[in-house]
Design a protein around this ligand. Structure first.
Ligand code: SF4
Length: 393
């Protein structure tokens, strides 16, 4: 049987995912001489970095293949795993290809990590990126613009191109293209989840954290084309589920595969949100920095890490369940993740009110045993198929 056209693309994405020395970033630096700046999960203004010739590199911890030797000494046992593996990567030199690290305002753990990074790597650019909690253009917008301009100046001081409005406009267009393709990928998986297994989609998204955005766009196009052309994947009688809570520390790849094998089609998720942070294209008319600022204020997704003003927690999740035609929800959060677990009771109440079946479990990025979760997810999937419409808690 000939090789599926999807396989080489998935294999390349997986090789990038498993490379904890970030060889592609090292190669890019050697080739271009540019700055590579790492950032912790969820979101940073990638367009601004790109416009100044900087490669943004998303760091999502060390996964399940990194042995933690020194990282545990930095955090208590009741803290999630991702800061330990990230500091382990830093202390072992895996991240020495980065010229700096950005720590967006995600939670106290990330704030503390930014302080540790400053002390441990004083020669690197280290910046905690505070985000606005007020969505008025004149207040939160002015604050956010000031933050971005200061970041821009710091990048220039480290050797990046100076800020240029036209370059930012071009970069916004390129990242809009990238996000549009990711939306296409999610839409295709929603329609035909058997064609786009989530573990494969996830690997492609992860590749987009280390590749230059232009190469990521090429990969997305090639993957979409290959998946559409490959008719060997046929539908199975599986439950359609939405997976939520995995926006920062990521589940091990084996756990995602286990969920799929247990009888679930994952039709929406929270993985690698930097590629889907904005719900629509960022406009490019007018001042591009203002466009970037307003997009953050008014067009960002509802992440648990982001203040949402007067809106009601859980409602957006109900809307996503409806939009994706999911039959149930998997609350799949990292152990000790405050943003995910503090939002969960409100989200669960919204599911109960809407009559949406759900189940919940926790993981760490370095878990190796999935049997219990497999049984739980398999039972959940079966119960949806047998008693669809009943609440299964
Ligand atoms: S996994 Fe949760 S608690 Fe840990 S750093 Fe990320 S958002 Fe913070």
């Amino acid at each position: 049987m000939s090789q599926s056209p999807v396989e080489p693309i998935a294999a390349r994405a997986e090789a990038l995912f498993r490379d904890l020395r970030f060889g592609s970033v090292r190669e890019w630096k050697e080739r271009t001489g540019g700055l590579a700046i790492g950032y912790m999960p969820i979101w940073i203004p990638t367009e601004l970095l790109h416009a100044q010739g900087v490669l943004p590199v998303g760091i999502m911890g060390g996964g399940d293949e990194l042995e933690i030797i020194r990282g545990d000494a930095f955090y208590q046992s009741y803290i999630c795993h991702i800061p330990r593996s990230t500091i382990e990567l830093g202390l072992t030199g895996a991240l020495d290809c980065l010229d700096g690290m950005l720590f967006p305002a995600i939670c106290d753990v990330i704030r503390n990590l930014s302080g540790m990074w400053k002390m441990r790597f004083p020669e690197k650019l280290v910046r905690y990126l505070d985000v606005p909690q007020d969505f008025d253009d004149e207040i939160g917008g002015a604050f956010w613009r000031f933050e971005l301009e200061e970041l821009s100046r710091e990048l220039t001081a480290r050797g990046a191109h100076p800020y240029d409005a036209e370059a930012l406009r071009r970069s916004i267009r390129i990242w809009n293209d990238s996000r549009a393709l990711v939306r296409d990928l999610y839409a295709l998986r929603q329609r035909e989840p058997w064609k786009v297994p989530t573990h494969e989609l996830y690997l492609v998204l992860r590749a987009g954290l280390v590749l230059p955005v232009e190469e990521f766009i090429d990969m997305l196009r090639a993957y979409l084309e290959a998946v559409r052309a490959d008719d060997r994947r046929q539908p199975l009688d599986q439950a359609r589920v939405l997976l939520t809570g995995s926006f920062c520390e990521q589940p091990p790849l084996g756990l995602i595969k286990t969920l799929e094998k247990s009888g679930c089609y994952i039709v929406d998720d929270d993985f690698v949100q930097v590629h889907r942070w904005f719900v629509r294209d960022i406009p490019t008319e007018g001042d591009p920095m203002d466009c970037l600022v307003r997009a953050f204020l008014h067009d960002s997704i509802e992440s648990p890490t982001r203040y949402i003003g007067d809106r009601i927690k859980g409602r957006e999740l109900v809307d996503r369940v409806r939009a994706s035609a999911a039959e149930g929800v998997l609350f799949c959060a990292p152990s000790f993740c405050d943003p995910a677990l503090l939002d969960q009771p409100m989200a669960v109440a919204a599911m109960d009110e809407a009559g949406i079946p759900w189940t919940a479990f926790k993981y760490a990025e370095n878990n190796g045993q999935f049997q219990v979760i497999r049984e739980q997810a398999g039972t959940f999937s079966d119960s949806i198929k047998l008693w669809s419409g009943e609440v299964v808690a």
